[in-house]
Design a protein around this ligand. Structure first.
Ligand code: G6P
Length: 610
């Protein structure tokens, strides 16, 4: 009789890669990656796994196990349990074979070794020549030298002290009706926003000491909306500007817009501003020179998408009354579990194994994240950056073009069952699901039966289990990550779990998980558009100074900008300016973009009809 207790560590024997039952998979199927990325399958025997990606298309993968008793045994054999964290991982509904696990053994050994070196301070981000140190944030003793250890410890203490001073009103705004800070306005983007947003949604109490809102884009209407919602409480708002580089345009624009709102409200921004950025960055120097009330460091060995356990995430969380030391403990316990070199005892490695199997090591399927808990709604958005910015890479570490990655999407269950689960169940089979299950429905003593023997949370539980079964019945694979409840400790553990899984998976597919070259391309192109806009404005200004005003055709504008090949972008720039009353477009009878005349200022429209 097989029995398991959810409170015990994994009861299955330590995994020994070599004594597995006869494989379900007679051959090792290996693709030959050709330059044009077409996969041609060839059958090879006994070829070391590290020589080429192991992959199978759906046609060659073995049928999923459907016998319920066999599935129960698979569930028990592979169930991962962490008692202190109250966290469990079920990979039984992913169909990897023993053959596959054996073939992956050398890769996992290499990945585990790489992780050991990374945590010792190796240059694990070779493209940027940087160490990767987010694991040291929750275990400073692992930092490679005493200086870093002290920096981490001192920063954490400074965060706790500052948060206490703000919450206790020892530090307060100069002209607040409430006599204390009541709001946080966080200005940041990407990793300087997504972690704080996820944690706020997951862990902020119903009545936090300070309520947080975010400016995480350069959308003027969005910024206006946040400022408008603050209203007079702007005077009681602590503005935290977060930017590791200190130069991200969207964040800089957000700061300038908020500072304008402070000026118009007659408030001194420096008395309510806090910066979180690398020392001596543009933002750091601005905050220092302008005398903002506090500055906290970001370290170059912490990436934006792995910065939630740095000041980026810990300061906003602490100000909301969230126990950040519990977050750090949860992450640290998960890190320790992920140092196991025994696959079945390493939760992050189990995820990486499933990801590789499900996506053939080439991202052939999307990762659908389905937390059945409202407070974990933003987990998928957080993972989009963590997974896709880490794994979405053009080249591997050997310079081969691989165009790697795993796409991530999702919101929450059971809500999403009324949106796109139909396609997941019956439609294109291009995903695997990850259910995030939370066992505790409500705090003790708060539950009730809305019908005999059934609570609202029972429905949520049933919907998760039902969806898992319905997907699997139609051969859709899924992982289930279970936590007993959403707490700072379990959220810290979830963050650490996925940070490590991404790192291990990156080793399995031989890519650098810790740089983001593609982002620079977008930033550069945006800069070029703005430079062209300035030239268009100069040309229009010059033409508009003539009397009568000289309306110009698009061709004339492009010609005078010395950019005839950019005529389409010039049209878009002018259209955007016209929509914001910064240029005037008169169109000829045909209304085509080809026939417009554009000018600034006043002009006799009648002269323009063509
Ligand atoms: O924190 P910042 O330096 O302002 O960067 C904000 C974001 O910018 C880019 O998009 C990077 O790819 C992200 O990893 C980073 O989180």
């Amino acid at each position: 009789m097989t029995s398991i207790s959810l409170k015990l560590y994994s009861s299955s024997p330590t995994l020994n890669f070599h004594n597995h039952s006869p494989s379900l998979f007679p051959f090792s199927i290996r693709p030959k990656l050709t330059t044009d990325r077409n996969l041609s399958l060839s059958v090879a025997r006994d070829v070391p796994a590290e020589l080429s990606p192991i992959t199978n298309d759906n046609k060659t993968k073995p049928q999923l196990q459907k016998d319920h008793i066999a599935l129960w045994h698979r569930y028990v054999d592979w169930l991962y349990q962490h008692k202190d964290l109250g966290l469990y991982i079920d990979v039984s509904r992913v169909g990897f074979t023993d053959e596959f696990v054996n073939h992956m053994e050398p890769r996992f050994e290499k990945a585990f070794r790489a992780m050991v070196e990374l945590e010792k301070g190796a240059i694990a981000n070779p493209d940027e020549g940087r160490m990767v140190g987010h694991y040291w944030l929750r275990d400073p003793n692992r930092a490679p030298n005493p200086f870093l250890k002290t920096q981490i410890q001192n920063t954490l203490q400074a965060i706790c002290n500052f948060a206490n001073d703000i919450i206790s009103a020892k530090i307060k705004p100069p002209s607040s009706p409430e006599g204390r800070f009541t709001q946080i306005l966080s200005v940041g983007i990407g990793g300087s926003a997504l972690g704080p947003q996820f944690v706020a949604e997951a862990l902020a109490p119903d009545n936090p000491p300070l309520k947080i809102r975010f400016v995480d884009n350069t959308d003027p209407a969005g910024i206006d909306h946040q400022i408008a919602q603050l209203g007079p409480e702007l005077a009681s708002t602590l503005v935290i500007v977060i930017s590791k580089s200190g130069g991200t345009p969207e964040t800089r624009n957000g700061l300038l817009e908020v500072q304008k709102a402070f000026r118009e409200a007659g408030l001194d921004f420096s008395k309510q501003g806090v910066a979180i950025t690398q020392e001596n960055s543009l933002l750091d120097n601005t905050a220092r020179i302008e005398g903002w009330i506090a500055r906290f460091p970001m370290f170059d060995w912490v990436g934006g998408r792995t910065s939630e356990m740095s000041a980026v995430g810990l300061l906003p969380a602490a100000l909301q009354g969230i126990d950040i030391r519990e977050m750090l403990i949860g992450a640290s316990l998960m890190d320790e579990a992920n140092r196991s070199t025994v696959l079945k005892n390493n939760p992050a490695a189990l995820l990486a194994l499933c990801w590789y199997w499900a996506t053939d090591g080439v991202g052939s399927k999307d990762m659908v994240i389905l937390p059945y808990k409202d407070s974990l709604l933003l987990f998928s958005r957080y993972l989009q950056q963590l997974v896709m910015e880490s794994l979405g890479k053009e080249f591997d570490l050997d310079g081969n073009r691989v165009n790697q990655g795993i796409s991530v999407y999702g919101n929450k269950g059971s809500t999403d069952q009324h949106a796109y689960i139909q396609q997941l169940r019956d439609g294109v089979h291009n995903f695997f699901a990850t259910f995030i299950e939370v066992l505790r429905d409500r705090p003790p003593g708060h539950d009730w039966e809305l019908e005999p023997g059934v609570t609202c949370g029972d429905y949520l539980f049933g919907m998760l289990q039902g969806t898992r079964s319905a997907l699997y019945a139609n051969n859709r694979e899924s992982i289930t990550v279970t936590v007993e409840e959403v707490t700072p400790r379990s959220v810290g553990a979830l963050i650490a779990l996925y940070e490590r899984a991404v790192g291990i998976y990156a080793s399995l597919v031989n890519i650098n998980a810790y740089h983001q070259p593609g982002v620079e391309a977008g930033k550069k192109a945006a800069g070029e558009v703005l430079a062209l806009q300035k030239r268009v404005l100069a040309v229009l200004n010059e033409a508009s100074c003539k009397q009568p005003v000289e309306p110009l055709s698009l061709e004339e504008v492009a010609e005078r900008c010395h950019a005839p090949e950019d005529i389409e972008m010039i049209y878009k720039i002018i259209a955007h300016m016209a929509a914001n009353d910064r240029a005037i477009i008169a169109e000829g009878s045909c209304g085509s973009p080809r026939s417009i005349k554009v000018f600034l200022g006043e002009c006799n429209i009648d002269d323009l009809y063509v």
